[in-house]
Structure formats: C-alpha cells, structure tokens
Ligand binder design. Structure first.
Ligand code: SER
Length: 337
C-alpha cells in the first residue's frame, strides 16, 4: 500500500504533537510537519520533513508536495489573539486561506479531492450574557454563531472559507463539468486537556493549568470564577475524533462542521477533583474580567448528536474516566507524585 502524504501545520502545538503520534501509530502516512518552532523531541523522529517558519511566507514551498490530507492546526488562541488581533488574523485566517487555495488547486489539477481537516472551536459561539448561556444549555452548530473574540471570528470565518472552497470556489460548481474540489471537514473542539503538554494563549487554559500545577505541588490562581462552566475533553479523544472524521465516508456526512463533546464541568469542580487527587493543592480564584468575559460567552456545553449519528462519534473519556484512567496516572508518572 502506498503511503498517504500528510501535512500537519502547528505540529509543535498540543494537538499537533498528539496527532503526529496518533498518525504514526496507525502507519501508512508520510508526515510533513510545519511550525514556527523547531520540532520537540516528542515527535522529531516521526516527521519525514519539517518546514520551519511562517506559513504565509512559505506557502510556495508547499506547492512542491502532493498532500492527500492536510491537518491545518496552526493558530493563535483566544486570549493571545485579543492582545494581538492583527497578528491573530494573519495566522488564523491568512494561513488557512493560503492552504485552502493550495488544496483547491491540487484537487482540481490531479482530479483527486484533498482532505482538509480544520480544528474549529467552541469560541465560534458567542452568548450575550450568563442568563442566555444557562438557558441555552447544549448548543447546536447553527445556534449562537456570534463570536465575541477575534479567535472565534477567525474560526467561524475559516469554516465558511473551507465550505466555500470545497463547494463554490470560483463558481466552478456551475460549469458543465465541474472540477474535483477539496474535501473540507471541521470539528468545533471544546477545551482540550493533555497530561503531556500545556496549552498557551487560550482561555480554557485554566483547566489544564490548574491540574498540572496541583500535580506539581505548585499554587494556582485561577483566572475565572468557580461557577464558570464550559465543555472539556481529553486530548486522546480529540485525536480520535480527528482520525474518525478523516476516515468517515463523504456520503455519510450531512454537514461539514461538527460539534463534539465529552464532559462539561465548572472550574470549582476541577478544583475539587484536583484537591482530592493532590491533597494540599493550593487553588484560589482571582477572576480576570476580560478572560472571564470570554469564557462567559462560550456555551456551557455543546450538542454533538450529529457527529454521533453521521460518523459514529463517541468519547472514550467521561469526566471520571478522564481523571482516573488518563490524566492522573499519566501526570503522576510525569511529575513523580
Ligand atoms: N482552547 C481554545 C482557547 O481557549 C478554544 O478553542 O482559546
């Protein structure tokens, strides 16, 4: 069997590292990685080639490859994007636009649909106030798509750009013989938690930061209120979802953007579980108004019934399994506690 040629951008990020490992474990892929940073030890030997630098500047270089699948993970996350909005737009939107154009061109030229997997986010939603958030409960993909953040706007717009390039690019769909177009698929991820890496620049970061701090016996001051509730997921489930959506037959997909969910808990519940696992953990709450506002605009939970129905999505880790079978055993090994 010939290997599939895969590009993973943002490979040094949290999802990137875990995805490269996940792809490698499956065999059958030649993985080209791209990132601003050099590859970390965790994946250095797994990448066939690494392109280091700004994607937007280096886009020409990627035309030399014929990728079957592109995982475009490079992004500036929500808190960071609020303090550098123009830079975030460049990273989040221009990088995506360039890669979509590449995938569209290659699909048309070689008459083979390039798969384009895009991580969108719960940040694509925007709830006007806490009352609406509480009332809305688990939101569906088409509801409350009024993001409050630059990052959320970027993600929502890139979903639209992906759909455009895969269906209507240049209005080619109206030609007598429409060309082959790219195959765009997106997942709106909740806050992700890895036992191996820490996020940076996001707003759901209080979850993983609190747990990693408690495991190391370091005090942690949480930047949101105790009652703040959003949806979270174990990193292995995030990787599983990306691979499942990659594999799903096109004809089974009724849409191109899917919610996925695992467990929705409050910052206070994180604290309780951290203290139970690491007695003596020092966790305080000192909300930062801007970051609090961002999380307050995100839904408490999302409705992932379409992902479940169309491609058989189901998380392996609910909240108990997440702590008992993934996070705590791994983190204890890591920090020796
Ligand atoms: N985890 C991301 C963030 O906090 C949301 O997609 O920005």
């Amino acid at each position: 069997m010939t290997e599939k040629s895969v590009l993973v951008t943002g490979a040094c990020g949290e999802i990137g590292q875990a995805l490269v490992q996940g792809l490698k474990a499956r065999n059958g892929y030649r993985i080209v990685t791209a990132d601003l940073a050099p590859l970390p030890d965790s994946i250095r030997s797994l990448s066939a080639e690494h392109v280091q630098g700004d994607l937007v500047n280096r886009i020409k270089q990627f035309y030399d490859y014929d990728f079957d699948i592109i995982y475009h993970l490079a992004a500036s996350l929500s808190s960071k994007a609020e303090v550098a909005t123009e830079e975030a737009h460049r990273i989040n939107v221009e990088g995506t636009m360039q890669l979509l154009m590449l995938a569209a061109y290659k699909s048309e030229k070689y008459k083979k649909s390039v798969k384009f997997l895009f991580p969108s986010s719960i940040a694509a939603y925007g709830m006007p106030d806490i009352e609406s958030k509480k009332k809305a409960g688990r939101v569906k993909e088409e509801d409350w798509d009024i993001p409050h953040t630059m990052y959320g706007c970027n993600k929502l717009y890139c979903e639209k750009l992906g759909i455009y390039h895969s269906q209507f690019y240049g209005q080619r769909h109206l030609d007598p013989n429409p060309p082959v177009m790219l195959d765009f698929r997106a997942i709106r991820f909740p806050g992700l938690i890895s036992a191996f890496t820490l996020p940076s620049g996001g707003t759901s970061d209080y979850g993983p930061e609190m747990l990693h701090a408690a495991a190391q016996g370091k005090p942690y001051s949480c930047f949101v209120r105790e009652d703040t509730k959003i949806s979270f997921m174990a990193m292995p489930d995030a990787i599983k979802s990306l691979l499942m959506l990659t594999d799903a037959p096109r004809e089974q997909l009724t849409q191109q953007v899917y919610n996925i969910a695992a467990f929705a808990i409050t910052a206070g519940e994180f604290r309780d579980r951290a203290v139970k696992a690491f007695p003596g953990a020092k966790i305080t709450f000192e909300p930062n108004p801007r970051r609090q506002g961002i999380v307050d605009s995100w839904p408490e939970d999302v409705d992932d019934s379409r992902a479940r129905k169309d491609w058989g999505w189901k998380p392996d880790y609910d909240v108990d399994k997440f702590f008992e079978e993934y996070f705590l055993p791994e983190i204890r090994k890591r920090y020796g506690k």
